[in-house]
Ligand binder design. Structure first.
Ligand code: CMC
Length: 432
C-alpha cells in the first residue's frame, strides 16, 4: 500500500487537517479518516456505505464500471471455466490455488465432515412442515454453536480453520435436511464418495426407496453456480458476518447472522423473487406493462434480478449463467423453457429502455440462476439456501482474514443523532 496526503479545511478556519490517501493494489484510492474525529471533532456520514471502505481485504476485487470480478486476482471467467467449487473455496480461504496434494487433502477434509450431530437433525422436528428452508437453515447453522466446543477458541488460528472447514462441509447437509423436512421425507445421509455438488443433489433428491442417479451435467452446473456465488467482497451478508465476528462471537452464530442478511430480497433472496416475478408476468405480452411498473416511482415494484450497488455494467456472473442456461435447458428440460424465453424477452426490452440505460441497471447474478435451479428440480424456496451454501466459503474466508489481521477492532459505526434534545421526565399523571 502506497500513501499520499489530502488536506481537509473548514470554512472560517485556517487549520488544514492532513488525511492519508491510501492506494490499494487495484481500485480507487481510499481516504483514511480514522483520526478525523480526534483531529476535527466531526464524524463522516455515509448510510449504506456508498463511499466507505469498511476494511482491508485481499480476497475479492470488483470493478463495477467495467464488470470485472476476480477472486484472489483470478478472473471469474477463468475460474468458471477451469476450476471447481472446492478449489475456489481453498483459493478464497488460503489465498492460493491448491497444488494437487493440497486439493486432495482439502477435498478429503470437506467431504468427510459432512455429517451433523443426530441431535441437530432432531431440531428439524420442531419446525412446522411449511417453514421456509432459509428460516430452518439460519436456526440450525446457528445451533452448531451449541456443539463442537473443541474448536471455538477464536484466538487460535487452527480452531478458526477447523470451524471454517466444518461450516463448508455441513452447510449442504443442513440445507438438504431443511428441504426434506418441507417434503415430509426422511433425511438422506451424506455420501463421502461423492463430489460436493453431487452429494448435495444426492441428499436432496434420493429417497430411502429409490437411489438418485446424479446427472453429470446437473452436478457440473451446480458446481459452477457455487463458484459464481462463492464470494463478492463486502456485500451485506459478508459485512454482517464481519461485524458479528468483530466482537469475538462464535463463528457458527456469525454465519447465521450472515445468512439472515442474505435472505432479504435486495440481496440473496432476489433469485427466488425473480422466479416469482417471471411467473407473475406470465407472458411476453405483459412485459411492457411490468417495465412501466418498475419505472413508476409511485409503484414499489422493481425488476428483480436487475441492478446492483457495485456493477454499473453487466454483472459478469450473469453473463456466464445465461450461457449455461442454454446448455442446461437444452439437455435437462424443455429447450424452449417458457420462463427462460420470458426472462430473455424482459432483459432485451429493459436493457434498451432509457430508464434502465440511464441508471445503469443490468441483469445481476440472480436473474438467471433460478432458471437453472428450477431445471435441476430445485424449488424456488431453496434458491437462497443454494446461494448460502456457496457464500459460506466467502463468509468464513472474510472472517478468518479479519481475525488474522492484528489491526482489526470491534466494528462500531457512529451515527448522526437527530432525536429529541435533552428534556425532563414527566410523571405519568402529568402527561398531556
Ligand atoms: N428496478 C427498477 N428500478 C431500479 C432497480 C430495479 N431492479 N434497481 C434500482 N432501481 C432504481 C432505483 O429506483 C433508483 O432510482 P432513483 O435514483 O430514481 O431513485 C436507482 O435505480 C438506484 O437504485 P438504488 O436502490 O438507490 O441502488 P442501490 O445500490 O441502493 O440498490 C439493489 C441496489 C441491488 C438493491 C437494487 O438495484 C435492487 O433493488 N435490485 C433488485 C433486487 C436484486 O436483484 N437484488 C440482487 C442483487 S445481486 C445479488 C446479491 O447481491 O445478492
Amino acid at each position: 500500500m502506497s500513501s499520499k496526503n489530502a488536506f481537509l479545511t473548514f470554512e472560517g478556519s485556517d487549520k488544514a487537517i492532513p488525511l492519508n490517501i491510501v492506494s490499494g493494489s487495484d481500485g480507487p484510492d481510499t481516504l483514511d479518516i480514522t483520526s478525523l474525529y480526534k483531529e476535527a471533532g466531526v464524524f463522516t456520514y455515509d448510510p449504506g456505505f456508498l463511499s466507505t471502505a469498511s476494511c482491508n481485504s485481499s480476497i475479492t476485487y470488483i470493478d463495477g464500471d467495467k464488470g470485472i470480478l476476480r477472486y484472489r486476482g483470478y478472473p471469474i471467467e477463468q475460474l468458471a471455466e477451469q476450476s471447481s467449487f472446492l478449489e475456489v473455496a481453498h483459493l478464497l480461504m488460503y489465498g492460493e490455488l491448491p497444488k494437487k496434494t493440497e486439493l486432495n487433502d482439502f477435498s478429503n477434509i470437506i467431504t468427510r465432515h459432512t455429517m451433523i450431530n443426530e441431535s441437530l437433525l432432531r431440531f428439524f422436528e420442531g419446525f412446522h412442515y411449511d417453514a421456509h428452508p432459509m428460516a430452518m437453515v439460519i436456526g440450525v447453522v446457528g445451533s452448531l454453536s451449541a456443539f463442537y466446543h473443541d474448536s471455538t477458541d477464536i484466538k487460535n488460528p487452527r480452531h478458526r480453520e477447523i470451524s471454517a472447514h466444518r461450516l463448508i462441509s455441513k452447510m449442504p447437509t443442513i440445507a438438504a435436511a431443511a428441504y426434506k423436512h418441507n417434503r415430509g421425507e426422511p433425511v438422506i445421509y451424506p455420501r463421502n464418495d461423492l463430489s460436493y455438488a453431487g452429494n448435495l443433489l444426492h441428499m436432496m433428491m434420493a429417497t430411502p426407496c429409490e437411489d438418485y442417479v446424479i446427472d453429470p451435467l446437473a452436478e457440473k452446473a451446480l458446481d459452477l453456480l457455487f463458484i459464481l456465488h462463492a464470494d463478492h467482497e463486502q456485500n451485506a451478508s459478508t459485512s454482517t458476518m464481519r461485524l458479528a465476528g468483530s466482537s469475538g462471537s462464535n463463528p457458527f452464530a456469525c454465519v447465521a447472522a450472515g445468512a439472515s442478511s442474505l435472505w432479504g430480497p435486495a440481496h440473496g433472496g432476489a433469485n427466488e423473487a425473480v422466479l416469482n416475478m417471471l411467473k407473475e408476468i406470465g407472458h411476453a405480452s405483459n412485459v411492457e406493462k411490468y417495465i412501466a411498473k418498475a419505472k413508476d416511482k409511485d409503484d414499489p415494484f422493481r425488476l428483480m434480478g436487475f441492478g446492483h450497488r457495485v456493477y454499473k455494467n453487466y454483472d459478469p456472473r450473469a453473463k456466464i449463467i445465461r450461457e449455461v442456461c442454454y446448455e442446461v435447458l437444452n439437455k435437462l428440460a424443455d429447450a424452449n423453457n417458457p420462463l427462460f424465453e420470458l426472462a430473455m424477452n424482459l432483459e432485451e426490452q429493459a436493457v434498451s429502455d432509457d430508464y434502465f440505460v440511464e441508471k445503469n441497471l443490468y441483469p445481476n447474478v440472480d436473474y438467471y440462476s433460478g432458471i437453472i435451479y428450477r431445471a435441476l428440480g430445485i424449488p424456488e424456496s431453496m434458491f437462497t439456501v443454494m446461494f448460502a451454501i456457496a457464500r459460506t466459503a466467502g463468509w468464513v474466508s472474510h472472517w478468518m482474514e479479519m481475525l488474522d489481521d492484528p489491526r482489526h477492532r470491534i466494528g462500531r459505526p457512529r451515527q448522526l443523532y437527530q432525536g429529541a434534545a435533552i428534556r425532563d421526565y414527566v410523571p405519568l399523571e402529568q402527561r398531556a
